[in-house]
Ligand binder design. Structure first.
Ligand code: G6P
Length: 643
């Protein structure tokens, strides 16, 4: 979704900001913009463009009206919420005097009321956005403070900054979520940043700061970062010694607590990944790279946690809560999109291995259905980004009602990760492709570890645990083997790529995998696909099957194998074409299917880790064959930070 990059320092700001925006492209956006301050006192300069960042670059290169060289600037990629993706609605937005500009992620929920008050004061608005209302409000408060006699003294310390005071006063009036970066032509060499609900990371360089909503835009410049907490703001000034004296200030959440602010010295942390982890390397697309990274991602996820010889699972991030997990009466696994599919697999795993009542639920539904959270409820938030608004809201709701909150999160330091009581980081590495792949398999892996961890403290015998652990340890090598089917899967994709309707069917552990296979196909190739439990097909969807319709079955060896074979026959009898994912050595299935992709044998709880891989490849190849933009599919965002 929307992305923020901001810079204050001694380097040329414009190329740095544009490069940062490009690194955020993968998150999804529909317009972009840059604002810089002329260091020679020439004021604020804003350029914005609709569509790709290359359009913005064209504007920035526009010979007639080049931007002045600047060392302070803010930039943004917008994913439209209030008003269509037009140049007028793109960020940065300026105040009425054109002296202050800001970029904003999140939603100002009371923007309409604020806008009315400002309009009554005579302000006019150029856009339909909530963000412009905030910019105009900051400008209005800035003028008021200036009129009251507080001259702008940018060098005299944080408290004396008029911009900081104006931003703080504006944020007191705001309801909703924000991550913002603000600059003022009257206080050059300075940025004010603040967050509530939308991530903002301050990269601490050599007498400079690079701010972004996502680490990928910072890592090129520094790996030292400060994760702003909710309700925190900071004034960033470049120059020797400034970094060491940086303070963050808490922002009160209502006018009444305006005076009670606390200044703290923020903790500087090390980013988890280096620049290389974000590079495409030899692959044509991030999605393919990430599919092929799965063996290594899984090894990283298991490292230090799976002790095969002792038959033990060690979860350092969980050890303080082990007793609560033993006593837990119910687990609620929650997430959105692919993470919700992982939750569905987790439901089977937890009931199978840990023998504890478990429910998988969409985070968006959990929050608003007035959920019952009894004593002993453990809520597990599953999220690649750790920033998904619905998942975060569900987590907070569950915590408010007394649940223990766990997180299975990939992005270290993300909001959800920091708000949980305990958790398991996925260690999948940065996932850039919008369609989640390696994060999904690592979510399944982490859920298996959690099930074993809880199970061993309840009813799971050492022997049963050992069987699962042995199977898990074989998985990275087995995924490597499945990846070797890529060319075969491509051939299959080629044969069906013109079909506009597909079904994905599976039973038990493979029902969520069927959902995931269908989601992958639709999100990147725009083919309509539905996934469902194979038995459910007879209750309606079978009416869709016509001559030549591709139907993907996950038909691995397991206790529902015969039933799946019957479903295959039902489809064949109606002219459907069968693409089966089956177990190596199954000599029979070829007679019942048009195409078979074989995966290695493993026990049922571990099978989804293998069976999903051909489906990821199928979606990838279909999308490439259809000429789709695999890594940046239309209308989608990598991380959905609005509810
Ligand atoms: C978006 C992405 C999906 C992802 C979902 C949840 O819709 O496009 O790929 O599964 O958000 O994201 P999360 O970061 O919470 O796993």
């Amino acid at each position: 979704m929307c992305g923020i990059v901001a810079y204050v320092g001694h380097k040329a700001a414009q190329p740095l900001l544009v490069e940062g925006l490009k690194r955020l492209e993968y998150r999804g956006y529909d317009s972009s913009g840059v604002a810089v301050l002329d260091p020679a006192g020439g004021g604020l300069h804003v350029r914005r463009a609709v569509g790709r960042i290359s359009h913005l670059e064209e504007k920035l290169a526009g010979g007639a009206d080049p931007l002045p060289p600047a060392v302070t600037g803010i930039a943004h990629t917008r994913w439209a919420t209030h008003g269509p993706p037009t140049e007028a609605n793109a960020h940065p937005h300026a105040d009425a005097a054109g002296r202050i500009a800001l970029v904003h992620n999140g939603i100002i929920e009371n923007y309409a009321a604020l806008k009315r008050v400002l309009a009554d004061k005579g302000y006019a608005f150029k856009s339909q956005t909530d963000t412009e209302v905030l910019a105009v409000l900051v400008g209005d408060l800035y003028r008021q403070l200036a009129a009251e006699g507080g001259a702008a003294r940018p060098d005299a310390g944080a408290v004396s900054s008029l911009l900081q005071r104006a931003v703080r006063a504006a944020l007191h009036q705001v309801e909703g979520t924000y991550g913002i970066a603000v600059l003022s032509a009257d206080e050059p060499g300075m940025l004010v940043v603040a967050r509530r609900g939308s991530p903002l990371i301050v990269g601490v360089g050599d007498d400079e700061y690079v701010v972004a909503s996502d680490a990928s835009a910072i890592v090129e410049h520094t790996t030292q970062v400060i994760y702003l907490n909710d309700n925190e703001m900071a004034v960033l000034r470049a120059g020797p010694g400034r970094v060491a004296s940086l303070r963050t200030t808490t922002i009160g959440t209502g006018a009444a607590d305006g005076g009670g602010e606390i200044e703290v010295s923020p903790v500087v942390k090390q980013l988890e990944h280096k620049l290389e982890a974000y590079a495409l390397g030899e692959y044509p697309h991030y999605m393919l790279k990430e599919i092929f990274e799965q063996p290594q991602a899984l090894r990283n996820c298991f490292r230090g946690r799976v002790e095969q010889r002792e038959g033990r699972i060690v979860l350092g991030g969980m050890s303080d809560r082990a007793r609560d997990l033993v006593k837990a009466r119910r687990f609620v696994l929650t997430g959105q999109g692919t993470a919700w599919h992982a939750a569905l697999v987790g439901d089977y795993l937890m009931e199978d291995l840990a023998k504890v009542v478990t429910e998988a639920t969409y985070a968006s539904e959990f929050r608003y259905r007035n959920p019952i959270v009894e004593e002993g409820t453990v809520v597990v938030a599953i999220s690649q980004s750790g920033e998904t608004a619905d998942t975060l809201a569900a987590l907070r709701e569950a915590k408010d009602r007394g649940a223990l909150a766990l997180g299975l999160i990939n992005a270290v330091g993300s909001t959800i990760a920091r708000e949980t009581d305990a958790g398991i980081y996925l260690h999948a590495g940065p996932e850039i492709g919008v369609a989640s792949t390696k994060a999904f398999t690592c979510q399944l892996a982490a859920l298996t570890l959690l099930s074993l961890y809880v199970g061993r403290r309840r009813y799971l015998s050492q022997g049963q645990a050992q069987e699962v652990i042995d199977a898990l340890c074989a998985v990275p090598g087995q995924v490597e083997q499945v990846l070797r089917t890529s060319e075969q899967v491509k051939d299959i994709a080629r044969q069906f790529v013109d079909r506009e309707n597909w079904l994905f069917l599976g039973r038990g552990y493979h029902y969520p995998v069927a959902l995931e296979g269908a989601l992958k196909l639709k999100e990147i190739s725009y083919i309509h696909a539905e996934g469902m439990p194979a038995a459910e097909m007879k209750h309606g969807p079978i009416a869709l099957i016509n001559d030549g319709m591709p139907v993907v079955f996950i038909a691995t060896k397991g206790h529902q194998y015969d039933k799946v074979m019957s479903n295959i026959e039902e489809v064949r009898a109606r002219g459907g074409r069968i693409i089966a994912v089956a177990t190596e050595g199954d000599a029979d299935i070829g007679r019942h299917s048009d195409h078979v992709v074989y995966i290695p044998h493993t026990i049922e709880p571990v099978q989804p880790l293998l069976s999903v891989v051909p489906l990821q490849l199928l979606a990838y190849h279909a999308a490439v064959l259809r000429g789709c933009n695999v890594d940046k599919p239309r209308n989608l965002a990598k991380s959905v930070t609005v509810e």
